[in-house]
Structures are given as structure tokens and as C-alpha cells.
Design a protein around this ligand. Sequence first.
Ligand code: 13P
Length: 249
Amino acid sequence: MRKKIVAGNWKMNTLVFEGESLAAQVVAKSNEVSGVSLVLAPPFTHLSSVAAGLKTSSVALSAQNCATEDSGAYTGEVSAAMLASVGVQYCILGHSERREYYGETDETLNKKLAVCFKNNLIPIFCVGEKLDERESNRHFEVVKAQLENTLCKLSESDYEKVVVAYEPVWAIGTGKTASPEQAQEMHAFIRKTLAAKFGDKAEATPILYGGSCKPSNAKDIFSKNDVDGGLIGGASLVADDFIAIAKSF
Ligand code: 13P
């Protein structure tokens, strides 16, 4: 059975005290969830104190990004080693907001994948097409290129650790969700593309769905064969909603 994961991407939301409280609420309710790994991805400034709050729980900690380089004169950057040193276990990479607003390319992401593996961080690697790409029926081609230029270049031993998130850009923060059928179709396509390189190992790769996932639609989306969980934005800022989503399996 593939690992099921529900991860909350808080993006640039909450002040530290609010984040600590949100994490504490998730921890308090986490015993209502079984068979699903919970992951929280707060902003960098919150990682140390949220890590302390998660210590005695099974809820894992993720960063939302990391630097491409190991250390040195890179003002404003945070390295994968720094993240690991405060107890971070996962790192979101290639989110569409980073690709779009901060110019992240496949080349940048390959460097970030390498530093994550070097520091034992599990990448939650995001792919997904924009609205015009779907409307012009290029969504498979776009996602295939995103995978072939990055994850498909990994060694088998690194690939085995990866979590993939399919986030159609047109569904992020828009209230528009991919239908369960659209999600399943793309998730199966992602698995097939990865299997062409990694064979059976792709069967074990968790592929999460992200984009306006809420308690009201999670059950239908998660019921699909190739959907192994969710990467949740807005709804992860409300502990009850985040837990309700995780209970939707
Ligand atoms: P929303 O759930 O707010 O649409 O965000 C999804 C997302 O981008 C998670 O990384």
C-alpha cells in the first residue's frame, strides 16, 4: 500500500504565535486520523517553534522551499542543512508560485533536489499546468516535461524518497477544483511517466493532489486510485478543516 499523506502548505500566512497555536490544534486532533501521515509546512520563521510543538506527535514538519547552495554568501537564503538542523523532514519544491513569481526553473529545482537528498529532506515535488495550457490541451505535455527534466534524472535510490504533488495552477486558491476524474487521469499519467523511467518503483510513489481541496470535496478526490493524499493551501489554515480533509480517506 502506498503511503497516504495530507500536507498543509501555509504559504506566507500566520504570525509565529498564530502558527504555534494552529500546529498545537492540529496535534491535539491528530489522533482522530489514522493511516494518513500529516505534514505541516509553515513559513521559515516558524519552523523552530513549530518543530518543538510537534516533537511528541506523529505530525511531520516541512519547509516550503530551500536554497540551491549548501552555504555561503547568499543573503536571504535558507539552506537544506539549516532546515534539517531544526528538525524539518520534508521540503516543498517547485510550487507554481515559486516557478511563477521567483523564476524557478527545472535547473534550479534539480539543484534543490540534490541539496534535499544530501540533507535527508524528502522533497514534495510540485508539477501542474496553467489554465491556458489545459485549455489548449497541452496539460499532459507540460507535466511530462516538468517530470522528465527533473525527477526522471534522479538516481533510483533518490527517486524512491520523492513525494509528488499535482497542482493544476488554475485550481490553486481559485475555488475551482479539478474534478476527481481529471485528477485521476493526470495522477495516472504522472505515474506512467515516472514508471517509464523507474519501473515498478513508481507504484510506491505517493502522488498528492493540490488546488482548492476542502472538506467538502476531498472524499471524492481521495477516492481515486492514483490519488494518495493532498497538498492543502487555504483549508490547512483552519485545524478542523485540515483534519476533516485528512479523515476523508
Ligand atoms: P489552495 O488549497 O489554497 O488552493 O492551495 C493549494 C496549494 O497551492 C497548496 O500548495
